[in-house]
Design a protein around this ligand. Sequence first.
Ligand code: ZN
Ligand code: ZN
Ligand code: ZN
Ligand code: ZN
Length: 288
Amino acid sequence: MEVTSALYDIFTCPSCRNIMTPPIFMCDIGHSLCQNCYYNVEKCPTCRAAISARRNTAVERIQSNFVFPCSNQDDGCKFNGSAMCVREHEVFCVYSLVQCELKIDDCKWTGIRENLLNHCLEHHPNNVTSASQQIFLWPKVENDSCCRILINAFEKQFLCLWFFENAYHANFSVTYLGSMAEANNYYYTIEFGTGDDLPSTRLFKRKCHSAKACKMPRSDLHVFTKLKNVVRDFANRDQFYYTVTIYNYNVSYVQIEEEKRKRNVNLESALCPKWRPAKSSDVETVLY
Ligand SMILES: [Zn+2]
Ligand SMILES: [Zn+2]
Ligand SMILES: [Zn+2]
Ligand SMILES: [Zn+2]
């Protein structure tokens, strides 16, 4: 069912004016309040009564029968769905306003998500690739450094994050910039020592987490592949190569191999992404 404007009011949180999603709480009188505001306001914004821990299940049940548009519909987004689906969609909606994901040289770019890739290709060409497989050069990296790389594969975007404490503690993750359900379609490998002159030595295979799934406190830690001693094993070289490949469970391996041959992935096409000192906010900002 399409939601009418009168109903919109019932489903809108009186405090933050966002569409509420379950659990919807209420005051002693029965006015609704969203979960976020439930934790942040002391009195009901409508009548000043005390907030109770009871849920407004009637509103939750009525709301589940309605279809909501994406809040970016005026900009052209056609997505609609349950309040929960829309909430999840909006975080990664191509029309949502985002900051530069790479944050290189204190880049202050803001724009819609749809334009992020072009911005990165134009301004941070060393830290972005449009191939599902890419060879990277690891230069001499200072301790406590961070590196972000945007990968556009299968017409979707993935963010690689290197968090290098020292040669014994190097953390790497690839998060999918999309919903948790879609993230399940992807996994990645990171392989060290790939190249004509180096035998393939260490390969790690992991699933891509949704950047959104990582929002839970400290769950950021489980998204990282801990490359404890791997980097140390290579550290006696001035530089070494590693290859990151994104796989889609729905695309056959043969197809991916075929693509690779066509693209002729080789050391000449290796990227040397920019690194910078890590800030404490670096881990948190990869998460939504
Ligand atoms: Zn609210
Ligand atoms: Zn009230
Ligand atoms: Zn949208
Ligand atoms: Zn930028």
